[in-house]
Design a protein around this ligand. Structure first.
Ligand SMILES: *[C@@H]1O[C@H](CO)[C@@H](O)[C@H](O)[C@H]1NC(C)=O
Ligand SMILES: *[C@@H]1O[C@H](CO)[C@@H](O)[C@H](O)[C@H]1NC(C)=O
Ligand SMILES: *[C@@H]1O[C@H](CO)[C@@H](O)[C@H](O)[C@H]1NC(C)=O
Ligand SMILES: *[C@@H]1O[C@H](CO)[C@@H](O)[C@H](O)[C@H]1NC(C)=O
Length: 423
């Protein structure tokens, strides 16, 4: 009990000294919100952000992992920084990172290799491998927002991250990537540390696209031509798994406003934490448990029976002759797919731009993949293609997800933030 209070005291002490430093460092300018540009890497379909770290400052490319618990980077080679620190074992920083094991290192002293530091296990969601490394701290800088444009860069001087062995960085991964930036629910995820450092509400918003952005802090989030995409969002409860991943409660699936017959037991999360609907930025296309996949595919095929089918292209199960599919403001003109959430009128509607993908020149496929029977813990994993040009606002304080549905309906996209800096 005494030791527990003791560590709590250290955690609070640490947090307070942390925000003091913030005030001194940014002087009178207190950002209201921050912005991180991201891009889709075409060969891998992963989303990459250049995050400014170290001293001297360097933009380092990271894969965005919505489910990751912290930011990790390989730092055994080419990590040059005068501000790198490895907190001592049992320090407040290690408590915050939930890293309670002490570590030693027998090779040459340097970033990632110190004695008497604490050990943090990092995870690569592409290879599904994990590896331990040391808890580290260094400067992290990010662009603030001023009105509708970017404002000055602001810094977190002692950002906590995991220093992982180079062997963890396997893929296929985008070229030059140095690690993964975790956005999951944990005290050391990227959004949590930014929110506590700058005194924001625990809130961030994802807007994926070929070029997209992530917002931290409160709206308005302005997109050209003068549209506040933080307005008129639908909301649904946000569920956080034990691993810190984000789930939502899909109760039914509709196609063309008609109920698709599915085993609803699979849609709820059972006592072992399996089932339900998870959101992911590293899964390229929504993955459905096998029986749901079959049902959705068959139903969609019936609703679009007038369009000639062609041989499916893996990993998809249903493909059409693209010449016979018209186009609309919302992408290919096909039946709407609705995920019905906590109430009958709270619906995540997917139009052609998010439900279809061009898999070859004249082949357009339903952009859902078969997850098998026991492939993933969740029955539905909503993947990146379905998230593109939709704004998703994760409000961790209120445990609520705000979602815009396709921004194409508001005549804007996730690429439309005005990155022109004001002098
Ligand atoms: C850690 O301690 C061991 C044993 O004292 C020593 O051999 C090793 O060189 C030390 N490692 C570093 C990185 O200082
Ligand atoms: C529905 O799914 C649950 C969980 O996998 C399974 O136990 C049950 O047998 C399924 N029900 C039907 C009717 O297939
Ligand atoms: C696809 O289209 C491109 C450009 O229009 C063409 O060069 C290519 O030969 C086509 N490929 C196939 C498989 O039809
Ligand atoms: C972007 O912002 C700059 C600075 O405010 C402004 O001059 C410019 O017109 C904006 N661009 C567009 C396309 O609105």
């Amino acid at each position: 009990m005494v030791s527990c209070l003791h560590s709590l005291f250290f955690v609070f002490f640490f947090l307070f000294s942390f925000s003091d430093a913030a005030q001194q460092q940014i002087g009178s300018f207190r950002p209201r919100a921050l912005i991180l540009p991201i891009r889709r890497d075409v060969p891998t379909n992963l989303y990459v952000a250049d995050i400014h770290k170290r001293t001297p400052q360097l933009p380092v490319p990271f894969v965005i992992d919505l489910s990751g618990r912290h930011l990790w980077v390989t730092c055994q080679h080419d990590y040059l920084s005068t501000t790198y620190r490895a907190p001592k074992c049992h320090s407040a920083q290690c408590h915050i990172a939930n890293a309670h094991t002490c570590r030693t290192c027998s090779s040459q002293t340097g970033p990632g290799c110190h004695n008497n530091t604490c050990s943090l296990v990092s995870y690569n969601p592409v290879t599904r491998k994990s590896a331990p490394g040391e808890v580290a701290q260094d400067v992290l800088s990010i662009q603030s927002i001023k009105g509708s444009n970017p404002g000055p860069m602001v810094s977190v001087p002692h950002f906590i991250f995991g220093c992982a062995p180079s062997s963890l960085l396997q893929g296929p991964l985008p070229r030059n990537v140095q690690g993964f930036a975790g956005f999951g629910r944990s005290q050391v995820s990227l959004p949590s540390q930014l929110a506590s450092h700058f005194g924001f509400r625990q809130k961030f918003a994802l807007c994926l696209g070929g070029n997209g952005v992530i917002f931290f802090g409160e709206g308005p989030y302005m997109m050209q031509p003068g549209i506040d995409v933080s307005k008129s969002l639908s909301t649904t409860p946000l569920i956080v798994s034990r691993q810190g991943e984000y789930l939502i409660g899909v109760r039914a699936i509709k196609i063309n406003n008609k109920n698709v017959p599915i085993n609803t037991t699979l849609l709820s999360i059972n006592a072992r934490g399996n089932g339900g609907t998870r959101i992911s930025t590293v899964v390229p296309y929504t993955v459905l448990e096998s029986s749901i996949f079959k049902s959705v595919t068959q139903f969609f095929a019936n609703e679009l029976s007038q369009v000639p089918r062609v041989n499916p292209v893996a990993p998809f199960g249903l493909c059409f002759d693209a010449q016979h599919i018209g186009s609309s403001q919302m992408g290919p003109a096909v039946p709407n797919i609705d995920f019905v959430l906590d109430k009958d009128y709270v619906v995540w509607r997917m139009f052609g731009a998010n439900s279809m993908v061009r898999a070859a020149n004249n082949t357009m496929c339903l952009a859902f993949a078969d997850g098998g029977v026991n492939h993933q813990r969740a029955s539905i994993v909503i993947g990146a293609h379905q998230l593109e040009d939709n704004l998703l606002q994760f409000d961790l304080t209120a445990s609520r997800l705000g979602f815009s549905s396709s921004l194409l309906g508001r005549r804007t996209t996730c690429a439309n933030f005005n990155f022109t800096s004001l002098a």
